[in-house]
Design a protein. Sequence first.
Lengths: 162, 503
Amino acid sequence: MRLPDRVTGLFLVGLGAAAAYGGWQLPPVPGQPVGPNVFPLVIGTGLALCGLAIAFGIGHSFEEEEELIPVEGGGQPAPPTGKFYGLRALLPPALLLFYVAVADRLGFIITAGLIVFVTSTALGARWKLSLPLAVLAPIGVHLIFSKLLRVPLPAGLLPMPW
Amino acid sequence: MLNTLAQAFALISTWEVIIAMFAASVYGLVIGSLPGLSATMATALLVPVTFYLSPIAAIATIVAASTMAIFSGDIPGALLRIPGTPASAAYADEAYAMTRKGEAELALGAGVWFSAVGGIAGTLSLMILAPPLAEIALSFSTFEYFWLAFLGLMCATLVARSSPVKAIAAMFIGLLVACIGIENPGGVPRFTFGMTDLFGGIEPIPALVGVFAVAQVMRAMLTPEPPPIPRRKFGSIMAGQWRLTKKYHVQMTRGNIIGIIIGVLPGAGADMAAWVSYAMSKRFSKEPEKFGTGHVEGLVEAGASNNASIASGWVPSLLFGIPGDTIAAIAIGVLYMKGLNPGPTLFTEKASSMYAIYLMFIIANIIMIPLGIIMIRLASYVLRAPRSSVMPVIMLCCAVGSFAIGNNMFGVVTVATFGIIGYVMEENGYPVAAMVLGIVMGTMIEQSFVTSLIKSDGSVFPFFERPIAAILAAMAIGALIWPVLVWIWRRLRREAPTAASAR
C-alpha cells in the first residue's frame, strides 16, 4: 500500500480544502467574532498547505528508509507477490465490520469463532490449530469480558451458560 | 506530607490494586516480549478492563503493563534480533551480537537491571519536577495553555523519524478528527454528516486501539512469521550487573537524564529515548569501535534511557493533559474517565492519588527484577506461541474492548476505520504518533485558542503579551522553523564537498 507522495499529498490538499470549506459553512455564534468555524478553517488550510508541500516533495530528504533486518541462518521464504496479495491487509478491518454487522444476530460466540478461524488461517495456521482456537478463544474472551467485566455481549443463537 | 504518603500507601495496599498490578505485570511482560506487539498496544488493549476497576487500580494496571512491556521488548531483541517493542529496536543488533558471543545472560540481565534503575530515576524526576511545575502552571491562562499545547504538537513533529512536513500533516489530521462532534465553542454538530453516532465525537481510545492494534494485525498479514527461538539454558542473569553499574555509572546516569528529558517532551517516547541514548553512548564512548560487536556499554545507556522516559512522560500528562508519549496519551484517557482530570490542581486536591502513582511506579520497577528474570527463563516457551494464535485473540480483544468503551457497536467501526487509517499512514511515512497527539489534544487546543481569541477580541497581540506566553510562543515558533534551518544547513554541507571534488 505504498503510494507515491504526490497521491497522498494531493489527497490531503482535498481533505484540507473540504475541511476548511465545511468549517466556513458552519453558523457563527451570534454576537461573537469567533465560533466553531475558526478552528476547522485553520486546520483545513494548514493541512492543504502541508499536502501541497508533500506533493512537491518538500521534506522528503528527512525520511529514513526502513532497515530490514535479515534473519541469520536459513533463507527466508520470499513473500508471495500477487495482484491481490496486498489486499490481505484489509482482512482485519473487514472482519471487524463483519462483527458489527452480524454479532447481534449470530451472537458473540459464533461471530468471534468465525473471526478467529479466518484470521488464524490467513496467518498460515493449519486447521489443527485454528479450529480449537476458534472454539476456545471466544469462550475465554467471553468469560473475561462478559462474566468478570459485565460487558453486555450479544447472546444471539448460542448463549453461554454463565 | 507524611500524612499524604500514608494515605497513598493505604490507597495502594488493597487486594484489588495488588492483584491488578501483578496481573498487568505478567500481561505486559508477555505482550512486550512478542515481536510485533508493542507496549502502546498492550496499554491500549488494557483500557476496557480499567473501566471496571477503581481509579487507583486502573492506573496501576497501566503503570505496571507499560513498564514491563518496555523491558520485555529486549528479550526477543537479544535472542532473535527482532525487537519485541520499537523501544528495543535501537540496540537489538548489539544485544543479539552479545548472545552470539555467549553473553546472552549479561545482555538480558543488563536489560532488566538498567531498565529498573531507569524506571526509578524516571519516577524520581516525576516526583521532583511535577509539583513545582504545578505551582507555576496554576497561574497559566488560556494563552499559555494554547502555546503549551502548540509547542507540544510541534515537538511531536520534530522528533518523528520522518519528514517533518508529513508529521505536521499527520498532526493536522488528528486535530481534524478532534473537530468531529458537537463539543465545540458553538455547540453545533460539526462534520457529523447527520450521523448521530458522530455527535459525541471520536473517542480517542478506540482510535488508538485501531491505530496501534488493528494496524499491527494488518501488517502481520503481509509480513513473514518470525523464526522460532532456539531453546537455551540460561546461567545466572544478575551476575555481573553490579560490576557493570560501577563501571558504567556515567553512561547509566546520562541515559537516565536523556530518557527523562525525552519523556517529558510531548510525543517523544521510549523508542526515541533509546535511539538517542544509544547514539550518544557510541559518540562519547572511549571504545566506540566495539559498538556493534556485542558491547554492553550501549545497552546500559539505552536500557536506562527508555524506561526512564516512561515515568517522566507522565509529567506533562498529569500537569497539562499533554501526553509525553503515546502510552501517556492512553493514560490521560483513563485519568479523565476516572475523574482524575489532568491539571495542576491534581497535585493539591488529589495529592494522595499522585503519591500513589509514584509509589506504584517504584513498586512496578522493583518487582520487574524478579518477574523479569522469570520471564527471561520462560521466554523460549512464550516466544514459541505462533503468531497465528496470538493475532486472532488480539482481534477479539479489539472488537470486544472497543465495544465495551461505550457499549456501542460504533466503537468497533471506529477501531476498524482507524486500523485502515493507521496502516496507510504508517506505510507512507506519516507518523501515527503525531496524529494520536492531535486527537488527544484537539479539544484542549481548540478551547484555549478560541477562548483566547474571544478574550483578545480577535487580535493576535495578547497571545504574546504575558511573559510566559511569550517564551512559550518563541519556543513553539522556533520548533516550527527548526526543520527549515536543518534543511538549509544540510544543503550547504552537501554542496561544499561536491564543490571541493569538482576542483
